[in-house]
Design a protein around this ligand. Sequence first.
Ligand SMILES: C[S@@+](CC[C@H](N)C(=O)[O-])C[C@H]1O[C@@H](n2cnc3c(N)ncnc32)[C@H](O)[C@@H]1O
Length: 385
Amino acid sequence: MKPSATLFDEPVPAVARASWPLPEPALAYFPNARSVSDRDLDAGAAIHLRGGVDVADQQGPFGHVPVLLDRCIELLAPALTRTAADGAGAVVVDATLGAGGHSEGLLRRYPGVRVIGLDRDPSALALAGGRLAGFGDRFTAVRTRYDGIADALAQSGLAATRSVDGVLFDLGVSSMQLDRTERGFSYSADAPLDMRMDPDLPVTAADILNTYDKAALVAILRDFGEERHAGRIATAVLRRRASSPFTSTAELVELLYEAIPAPARRTGGHPAKRTFQALRVAVNAELDSLRAALPAALAAVRVGGRVVVMSYQSLEDRIVKNVFAGATASRTPPGLPVELPGHEPEFSFLTRGAERADTEEIERNPRSAAVRLRAVERATERGQE
Ligand SMILES: C[S@@+](CC[C@H](N)C(=O)[O-])C[C@H]1O[C@@H](n2cnc3c(N)ncnc32)[C@H](O)[C@@H]1O
């Protein structure tokens, strides 16, 4: 898909809440879901209405408590303050703007920094755009898939390579996307089987279930959901759709309860967890987008610039790990005692393995329980694209 890079202008629709929530908390099933949970509310989050948006207030009035915000700022700080302590002249790309929590943190902490926020979801752009309007031209929102970084930078008058100081990815779906029942991301409420982050995408989750052949369905469930019962589920889907096509999340959840054997239903979370993840990844081409976006992000940062990525499921984290391993590898042939000039690693690691949230952060922000954070810094100019 060619990313559409246009400035947002959509109004914020009102939140629709789950009509029949399952008894267990949704976060247990959606490792990468950040929704306003009962636990957030128990922890003292207040509900406000702002511009028609139903939000919880813990660190701010926009519901979505940013995951590992302090750590992200700490990791980006040295890159942003190289020329001025207030970040003047530094540019950050927030590749997953969402509700704008991380962007707001950066804009507040460094009054000279400029943030370019990307999102493919026009309602996220509208929400964050309203939230961050007070920062004036220090904040620019661009509607694009995050692998459209180069086009987004061009729109802002910046080069595709060596033009920014930091890039931040906070992958997955946002609280807002999950909470808007009608978008069909959550199996805890009955809704149309949609799951498009960008409402202009051509294929919905229902289209996949109703039209893909069995081999394609098995591949999606297995490769994007790591679902052990992919074959059984695909067979059940084909049988059901022959009499009545899928339209709603509840129909799919019901089928999954029937198709997945009882012993497997009792372990590994909700039986719909993996299938919903798989369909969402397929509808939004999430992994392809990430595979293309990471090299573009690495190319975009100047020497000393940093790329920080937070993943919430293993398929994404594996991609991040592999791309970062390549970027930090030396090209000096093995066995030579010194680095050959021009062959040294392009990037260095800022994190040892994947960092996790500590118990205090998880207690404060249950969404951080699944996070894996990895970060690198550009060490050399090598890799001129
Ligand atoms: C977890 S939320 C980000 C939350 C944000 N950091 C905050 O503090 O409010 C992830 C956002 O990334 C967006 N997104 C996911 N995949 C994307 C892609 N391939 N391209 C652009 N945006 C994407 C989603 O629409 C969602 O709004």
